[in-house]
Design a protein around this ligand. Structure first.
Ligand SMILES: [Zn+2]
Length: 573
C-alpha cells in the first residue's frame, strides 16, 4: 500500500504499521532508523502511536523537536485538568464543587448540575485498541468508578481490538479470556468488533462473546459457516432519563477485502464496505435521540465516513489507527474521537439533548496510564493472571541442546515457513536474541526470549533474482553475515573487505535457485521495511507475530528435532 511520510511516497507491505512507515522513510532518506522512534502526526494533527495501523493513502508527518515540546505541554495541561476532575469526582459533592466551575473550558466536562432543566444528557467513557494491556485495568477501573460517582449512568464503551498484544492473555488456555473477564468486572456496556477480535479464530471469538456480559456490535460482517457469531449490527441503549442512544458497529477491511487478521480466521465470514453499510442504517437516527457510529476503521477513514454521510450521525467513536485525538475534531458536523491504544488514555464524552432534540457534544482525553490510584479488586485479578504459569507452560520438547544463534535461527525460519506455508523463509541474525536452549521442555517464555520484538510475519512473492538482491541487501544491513534460511541453502564468497562477492543458492531439492521463478518467501516485518532490495511485490502481513507463528509451529511439532551441526548457510573467502 502507498503511504506518504513528510510528502515522500512509500510502498509498504499490506498491514504495515506506523513504525514501518517511519523506518521506511529513514531508509529512503539514507539515514539510520533512530532507536527511539520520533513522534508522528496524521494529516489532521493527531499523534499516532508507532504500532498504529495504516490504510492505503494515509499520510504521516514526523514532528520536529520544537513541535514535540508544544505537544508535551499541551498533554501536561490535559493531565492536570484530569487530575482536578478526579480530585473532585471522588466525593459525592463533586457536581457542585467550585473547583469544577473554575476550569471553564468547553472541553472539560461541566458538572451535571449545570444541565438546563429541559436537557437530558448521555455521558460516555470510551477506550479503543486495548490490545490486552491488562496491567492498566486497575487504573481504568478506578477512573470509571470515579466517573460513575458523578455520572451514575455512564456508558463504558470499547471501540475494538480488545485482544492481542500480551502473551499472558493471548496464550491463556482459554485464549483471550483474561481481557473479557476484566471487561466484565469493570462493567463495559458495549464493544465494537476490531480486526484482532478474530485472532482467536471463529470458535475462540464465539466463546469470548458467550462469556462477555456486554454485547459486540458490527454491521458489516455476516456469515460464519459452522460458527455464526452472536454479533448485532447495532444496539440502542435507553438511559434511565429516557434518552435513547443508538450505536452502529463498523469494522475495517484491508485491500484484500478482509479485516487485518490471519486469513484462516475470517475465511467463513462475509464482509461489506463499512461506509456503504453505514448508509443502510441511517434510519437509526429516527429511532434514537443520539446516533453514534462505533467504528474500528482508523481515524482517516472515520473522517472520510463523516464527510460522505448525509446528516444523522452525531458522533464517531473510533479505533484501529491508535490515534491520540486530544482536542475536538469535527468533520462535516460530526465529532470524531479516538484514544491512542493499550489503555494509555480514554475519552470522556458528554452529549446533551435539548427539548428540541438538538445534540451538543464535548470531549476530553483522560490520562489513564498516569493515574496514581487503582481499584484493589481489579489489581488482584490482574496479579492472578500475571502469576498464571501459562508462560512457563511447556509447549514442545527439544530433543537436543541448541547451542548457537545459528541453530535457533534455523528453527525460527522453519517455524515461519511452516506458519506461512511458504517455499522459503529468511531470518535476520540480529532478530535471534538467545543463543542457547537446553534439551527438554520449551516454554512460551522461551519463545518470547528468543523473539521479543513483536514483528509480524510477512509473505512476499519474489523471483529468484529478487531473492539474490535481498540476500545482498541483508548482508550489509545485518551484521555482515548471511540470513538464516529455511527451504534454501546459501554459500557466500566474500572479498577482502568482507563484502559478498558471489552468492550461490540451492533449493532443498538440490537445484540452483531459478532466477525467473516466483517463490513465496516468509520473513519478519522488520526485514521487509528496513532492507532495500529489488522487489515488485511489497508483501502481505499475516497479522501474526513471528513469535506466535513459532509457538503454533512448536505445539504442532511436539518434539523438536536436533539442529546440532545444521549448516544451511556457508561463508567462504
Ligand atoms: Zn485494529
Amino acid at each position: 500500500m502507498k503511504i506518504t511520510v513528510n510528502d515522500t511516497l512509500l510502498d509498504l507491505h499490506n498491514g504495515a504499521r506506523v513504525r514501518d512507515a517511519i523506518a521506511g522513510f529513514y531508509k529512503h532518506e539514507g539515514r539510520k532508523v533512530p532507536e527511539r522512534l520520533p513522534v508522528a502526526e496524521d494529516r489532521y494533527g493527531n499523534i499516532v502511536a508507532p504500532d498504529g495501523a495504516l490504510t492505503d493513502g494515509n499520510a504521516l508527518f514526523i514532528l520536529s523537536g520544537r513541535k514535540k515540546r508544544t505537544r508535551l505541554i499541551r498533554l501536561l495541561v490535559v493531565i492536570l485538568a484530569a487530575g482536578l476532575l478526579f480530585a473532585c469526582s471522588s466525593t459525592r459533592h463533586a457536581a457542585t464543587s467550585p473547583d469544577m466551575k473554575k476550569q471553564g473550558s468547553t472541553t472539560v466536562a461541566a458538572p451535571a448540575g449545570t444541565v438546563a432543566p429541559d436537557d437530558r444528557q448521555a455521558v460516555i467513557f470510551s477506550v479503543n485498541d486495548m490490545h490486552a494491556a491488562i496491567d492498566n485495568f486497575p487504573k481504568l477501573a478506578w477512573i470509571v468508578d470515579s466517573l460513575r460517582s458523578v455520572y451514575p449512568n455512564l456508558l463504558l464503551i470499547a471501540a475494538g481490538d480488545n485482544q492481542t498484544g500480551n502473551p499472558v492473555n493471548d496464550q491463556f488456555p482459554e485464549k483471550g479470556f483474561p481481557v473479557i473477564d476484566l471487561m466484565n468486572a469493570v462493567g463495559f456496556n458495549l464493544s465494537a468488533v476490531g480486526n484482532h477480535e478474530f485472532d482467536t479464530g471463529p470458535e475462540g471469538f464465539g466463546n469470548l462473546i458467550s462469556k462477555a456480559d456486554f454485547s459486540f456490535i458490527c454491521a458489516n460482517v455476516s456469515g460464519g459457516g459452522r460458527h455464526p457469531l452472536k454479533i448485532d449490527p447495532y444496539k440502542i441503549i435507553t438511559l434511565p432519563n429516557g434518552l435513547k442512544v443508538a450505536f452502529l458497529g463498523l469494522l475495517q477491511l484491508g485491500q484484500n477485502g478482509i479485516p487485518d487478521s490471519h486469513p484462516d480466521n475470517v475465511r467463513d465470514f462475509v464482509f461489506r464496505s463499512p461506509c456503504e453499510t453505514a448508509l443502510e442504517y441511517l434510519w437509526l437516527k429516527d429511532s434514537s435521540d443520539v446516533f453514534i457510529a462505533l467504528t474500528h476503521i482508523g481515524f482517516e477513514e472515520d473522517v472520510k465516513l463523516a464527510e460522505t454521510m448525509p446528516p444523522g450521525i452525531d458522533l464517531i467513536i473510533g479505533g484501529h489507527s491508535h490515534t491520540r485525538v486530544d482536542r475536538e475534531q469535527v468533520h462535516n458536523g460530526i465529532l470524531i474521537t479516538q484514544a491512542d491504544s493499550k489503555l494509555k488514555f480514554g475519552t470522556l464524552i458528554r452529549l446533551k439533548v435539548d427539548a428540541a432534540g438538538r445534540v451538543t457534544r464535548s470531549m476530553q482525553l483522560i490520562d489513564i496510564r498516569n493515574s496514581k490510584k487503582e481499584k484493589p479488586e481489579i489489581r488482584s485479578m490482574v496479579d492472578r493472571y500475571n502469576d498464571n504459569p501459562v508462560l512457563n507452560q511447556a509447549i514442545a520438547t527439544a530433543t537436543d541442546d541448541f547451542s548457537s544463534y545459528e541453530e535457533l535461527g534455523y528453527l525460527m525460519a522453519d517455524g515461519q515457513r511452516a506458519a506461512a506455508g511458504a517455499d522459503i523463509a529468511l531470518m535476520n541474525p540480529g532478530g535471534v536474541r538467545i543463543d542457547r536452549l537446553p534439551k527438554g521442555p520449551v516454554t512460551i517464555k522461551n519463545v518470547y526470549q528468543l523473539d521479543p520484538f513483536g514483528n509480524e510475519l510477512v509473505v512476499t512473492k519474489l523471483t529468484g533474482s529478487e531473492i539474490f538482491s535481498l540476500l545482498r541487501a541483508a548482508w550489509s544491513a545485518d551484521r555482515k553475515s548471511p540470513l538464516f534460511t529455511s527451504g534454501i541453502t546459501t554459500e557466500t564468497r566474500v572479498n577482502d573487505h568482507g563484502e559478498p562477492e558471489e552468492i550461490t543458492v540451492h533449493t532443498d531439492d538440490g537445484k540452483p535457485l531459478d532466477l525467473n521463478h516466483v517463490y513465496s518467501v516468509a520473513m519478519n516485518s522488520y526485514m521487509t521495511q528496513v532492507y532495500r532490495y529489488e522487489h515488485a511485490d511489497p508483501g502481505q502481513s499475516l497479522f501474526l507475530t513471528t513469535a506466535q507463528a513459532l509457538i503454533g509451529y512448536l505445539k504442532q511439532e511436539g518434539n523438536i528435532k536436533s539442529y546440532r551441526g545444521e549448516k544451511r548457510v556457508r561463508v567462504t573467502r
